[in-house]
Design a protein around this ligand. Structure first.
Ligand SMILES: Cc1cc2nc3c(=O)[nH]c(=O)nc-3n(C[C@H](O)[C@H](O)[C@H](O)COP(=O)(O)OP(=O)(O)OC[C@H]3O[C@@H](n4cnc5c(N)ncnc54)[C@H](O)[C@@H]3O)c2cc1C
Length: 483
């Protein structure tokens, strides 16, 4: 007890992935003692393909002084192509440039592993990240918690933050404790709500000659879609595949390298760009995996001194690159809340009741937004894979004709409402036409997002008539039915 009183407030972060490493940066900036426990022997040597930065995530990364490092590794995304199963371009937009013009930040995509490396390499104190530490149990100690690790060692602190990803051990342990205290507080529906309806064959290949750089291509098929993102030094690929039957947690499917190979063989002849087939990417891949794509948002994000941040609380498909941005925002909000309460407590050690209040505030601030983002990615995955009649019709006859300005305006509503660290300044950057809600200085969104002056004349009535009522639909139908 005396020992607990004499040490500062200490946060135990379970998981050293994107959320866990960002937590370490942010807690350091907030002056909060902490440790990060990562199960793998090497934090940096992880798999995956790409990590895309929407402007709201870019702003938070920028606050931590890491945006330049991301910029060094990528070129701003420009165009987006939507292709029919036979590979013809249904629509081509300058969506990413529209996003940049609204929010100031370029839309950047880097390898997920590179982002983890940036986060780790730039940590002010790497001794806080312990590798080979598998969280096994959480016990109560007076005014705190003790985390028991796979190697028999323990870590003591005031709270545990579960940044241990979609299959979170912290979430499972939290549920067990919550059910013991209040049996009805975690329902069976809650426990099985994490659902896998899609798998994803993803990977990284070198630049492929003939594929336009800084471009995203989505090729729609019945029951699956192919997505390729090209960067200066890499080509990222994803095949989102509808499973014959949904899998509900705690059931999980892990795929072997042989299963990934067998799955890839089904797509090798399919076009992903003009004259380029999926087989070329798969053959030249640096790495490629077949993963389950779990989806779900839990109801219980915290209990007693345990709180969930990132994929452990809200998991979405990577279709829109929004899951990572959502995680980055959650880190900002939880650290804002922690810092505020610690500073407001004379002893600098908030007690259990205050911790519950701050966790409540964190969930309240994040839950609605996470659900909104979840709904966007959930639907996008299914429209792109033409999942069902109405989505097929939408994919074929509606989506191709929505202008990139309209899409960017819709996303601007989501981007501008994002949180950021409230105790770290945002570096000065060129502004876009849409202010973030917490930085609003000028006009409301509708007025601000309209192209102004010169720009407005280029998206003139003449151009719109040509685009919507003549050229694009004709070309589209020709390619769909005749070619
Ligand atoms: C291998 C991998 C590849 C991915 N690839 C992509 C991709 O290509 N594109 C994309 O958009 N998203 C990808 N994601 C998901 C994306 O990184 C996350 O959605 C997002 O960044 C949320 O981050 P997170 O920190 O909550 O979870 P994660 O990034 O999953 O990190 C969780 C961390 O916790 C560790 N951990 C798990 N259990 C324990 C335990 N019991 N004790 C201690 N540590 C534990 C894990 O090893 C991992 O490092 C990938 C995730 C992983 C793990």
């Amino acid at each position: 007890m005396v020992e607990n009183d004499s040490r500062p407030f200490r946060v135990i972060v379970a998981g050293g992935g994107i959320a866990g490493l960002l937590m370490s940066h942010a807690l350091h900036r907030a002056g909060i003692d902490h440790v990060v426990l990562e199960s793998h022997s090497n934090v940096i040597a992880t798999g995956g393909a790409s990590f895309g930065f929407w402007p709201h995530a870019a702003r938070i990364v920028d606050q931590l002084g890491l945006w330049e490092k991301v910029q060094e590794l990528s070129i701003p995304m420009k165009t987006s192509h939507n292709r029919s199963p036979n590979g013809y371009t249904i629509s081509k937009t300058r969506l990413f440039e529209e996003v940049t013009s609204r929010h100031g930040y370029d839309f950047l995509v880097i390898e997920r592993q590179q982002f983890v490396k940036i986060l780790y390499d730039s940590l002010p104190d790497k001794t806080r990240v312990l590798e080979n530490k598998v969280v096994r149990d959480i016990e109560d100690i007076p005014d705190g918690v003790r985390v028991v690790l796979g190697d028999g060692s323990v870590e003591e602190g005031d709270i545990v933050v579960g940044c241990d990803g979609v299959n979170s051990a912290v979430r499972r342990l939290m549920w067990e404790r919550a059910k013991k205290n209040i049996p009805e507080c975690v329902s069976e529906a809650e426990e099985t709500s994490l659902t896998t309806e899609y798998s994803c064959l993803l990977g990284v290949a070198p630049p492929i000659p003939g594929m336009r750089k800084a471009n995203m291509t989505i090729t729609q098929h019945q029951g699956f879609s192919l997505m390729c993102t090209t960067q200066r030094d890499q080509t990222f690929f994803f095949v989102f595949i509808k499973l014959p039957k949904a899998i509900h947690w705690p059931d999980r499917k892990r795929y072997s390298a042989e299963e990934a190979e067998a799955e890839a063989a089904k797509y090798v002849d399919l076009p992903v760009a003009d004259g380029i087939r999926f087989g070329q990417l798969w053959k030249q891949r640096v790495r490629g995996h077949l993963y389950c794509l779990e989806e779900g948002i839990f109801k219980l994000w915290h209990h007693e001194r345990i709180v969930l941040v990132g994929d452990s609380a809200h998991k979405m498909t990577p279709t829109m690159a929004l899951g990572g941005s959502c995680t980055i925002e959650s880190v900002a909000v939880i650290v804002n809340e922690l810092r505020r309460e610690i500073l407001a407590t004379p002893s600098r050690k908030p007690g259990s009741a205050t911790i519950t209040t701050l966790f409540n505030r964190y969930q309240r601030k994040r839950e609605k937004r996470a659900k909104m983002i979840y709904n966007v990615t959930h639907e996008a995955t299914r429209v792109q894979a033409r999942d069902g009649l109405s989505r097929t019709l939408h994919a074929m006859f509606v989506a191709p004709f929505v202008s990139s300005q309209t899409i960017a305006d819709k996303f601007a509503l989501l981007v501008k409402g994002a949180a950021k660290f409230d105790f770290i300044p945002v570096p000065a950057r060129p502004k876009g036409t849409v202010d973030f809600a917490d930085e609003r200085s000028t006009e409301p969104l509708v007025a601000a997002s309209k192209p102004s002056g010169q720009q407005r004349s280029t998206t003139s009535i003449r151009a719109r008539i040509q685009l919507y009522f003549f050229y694009r639909p004709l070309r589209y139908l020709w390619r769909l039915f005749v070619s």
